[in-house]
Design a protein around this ligand. Structure first.
Ligand code: GLN
Length: 458
């Protein structure tokens, strides 16, 4: 059932919030041990909330936009009274003492927060294998990774353990697992959603965003979380669209929509993935979109630029985990990838090297941003694969460069600050493949329109 319909049925008392929740709790009981999507749930508290919502509805009281819908939150976003560990031993005993702005908003709109989800340690990864709580498994492709770093949130939605989930995306961590798990994932324009209460990976890239199984769910969650937050200085003050209305609107929007197809995005992707996306593009063309061939010269620069900046910002963000406030000194307990980033970040941040690496990375970032914006000038969106290769078997040894290679097509949106989403486009022998849609800053709504169109028509 589509989420907008379900939300309406809950408000009409045709589905009880308590029953909706109970169904998810059953799936969790049956499957979470194998999938490891949720790290912690509070089912009692969730049931209490569900009963309150049903009671309000029964008595004709107004309820919020997410009334009765069940939500999972990535465990690097603060939720009061849950262990917010970022899947690291560093924070193993840290209990969230407040709600992040996005969490507050979800609660205000009567969303039911069921629990917190698994992830790569401190969101540094693309496979959800570096969690200190063990890997998450891909519910859509048994034996394979779910992608990462928000693999728990993507898997929770894909496995039917909640209606909606939040993740964070620094270089693709929402879109990548959405692609591998066969669900939708949305990274809004940088600044569209408050990061207050999110544990930083690299703050100039980080964005919180939703996972959903359909465009209506995506619209509902975006309507709730997008908007200015006076307590977070990077949030944008802008005319926020009504995302849900855009999904409901049946207009034939594709007529004349210009879709940029960047040759290099396909050159770096595996054949079966290219084939799926090309088929989708042809269908879009048949439906009235105009395809425009484009070229992006700087693709090779994207990964080095992203990772250099990531190392430096992450190093600085982790200085507070020195063992005084949070129990453990990060370097003493963290995993290999986190340690690598701390060491690299510390090295690059030294004064004598900053000109050589960090300043160069910032220059490269400006160049990439300028080029992407200029590509987007003449088209409405860019469409291509989300991830260039298929997910590996859980436990396979990959060297860092092989792991980073998953991110080549997703880091671009973070470097440029633009909105981007992944939508299921097909599968290779049952393994889901996502299609990425990117747009100009603050044109998130064009992506929603496309998600809705693709879902309904292709
Ligand atoms: N895989 C990328 C990294 O490890 C992206 C992570 C993210 O978006 N949180 O940095």
């Amino acid at each position: 059932m589509k989420l907008l319909e379900k939300s309406q049925l809950i408000k009409n008392q045709e589905i009880k919030a308590a029953d909706n929740l109970a169904e998810f709790c059953n799936v969790i009981t049956r499957n979470n041990l194998d999938i490891n999507a949720f790290l912690e749930t509070n089912q009692e508290q969730a049931h209490q909330k569900a009963r309150e919502i049903d009671f309000k509805i029964k008595n004709g009281k107004k309820v919020g936009r997410l009334a009765g819908l069940v939500v999972g939150i990535k465990s690097n976003i603060n939720v009061e009274d849950f262990h917010i560990t970022a899947a690291s031993p560093t924070l193993k005993n840290y209990l969230g003492s407040y709600d992040a702005t996005v969490v507050k908003k979800i609660k205000e709109e009567d969303g039911i927060i069921l629990g917190v989800t698994n992830m790569d340690e401190f969101a540094a990864g693309s496979s959800t294998e570096t969690s200190c709580f063990g890997p998450t498994h891909n519910p859509a492709a048994p034996g394979l990774i779910p992608g990462g770093s928000s693999g728990g949130s993507a898997a929770a939605v894909a496995a039917g353990m909640c209606d909606l989930a939040l993740g964070s995306d620094t270089g693709g961590s929402i879109r990548n697992p959405a692609s591998h798990c066969g669900v939708m994932g949305f990274k809004p324009t940088y600044g569209a959603v408050s990061r207050q209460g999110l544990l930083d990976l690299a703050m100039s890239f980080d964005q919180i965003g939703p996972f959903a199984s359909d465009a209506g769910g995506m619209g509902l969650m975006l309507d709730v979380i997008v908007g200015l937050d006076p307590t977070e200085c990077t949030t944008l003050d802008w005319q926020v669209p009504n995302f849900t209305r855009e999904v409901q609107d049946q207009k034939e929007r594709l007529k004349g929509m210009k879709v940029g197809v960047v040759k290099e995005f396909f050159d770096v992707s595996d054949g079966p993935i290219v084939k799926i996306i090309e088929d989708r593009l042809l269908q879009l063309e048949e439906s009235g979109a105009q395809l425009v061939e484009l070229s992006f010269e700087y693709l090779d620069l994207c990964l080095p630029t992203y990772y250099l900046i990531n190392y430096v910002e992450f190093f600085s963000a982790t200085r507070k985990y020195d063992g005084r406030k949070y129990g453990h000194r990060i370097e003493e307990v963290c995993g290999e990838e986190v340690l690598r980033r701390i060491h690299m970040g510390s090295y690059i941040s030294q004064k004598e090297y900053s000109g050589k690496y960090y300043k160069k990375a910032l220059q490269a970032r400006s160049l990439i941003r300028k080029e992407i914006k200029s590509l987007l000038k003449d088209v409405d969106v860019l469409i291509g694969p989300t991830v260039p290769k298929l997910p590996h078997q859980v436990g396979t040894h990959l060297d860092p460069m092989e792991m980073y290679a998953y991110d080549v097509l997703t880091v671009i949106a973070n470097l440029a600050g633009i909105p981007a989403a992944s939508i299921p486009a097909g599968d290779v022998k049952g393994v889901p493949v996502g299609m990425q849609i990117q747009a100009k800053p603050q044109e998130d709504v064009k992506i929603i329109q496309l998600l809705s169109f693709v879902e309904k028509n292709l």
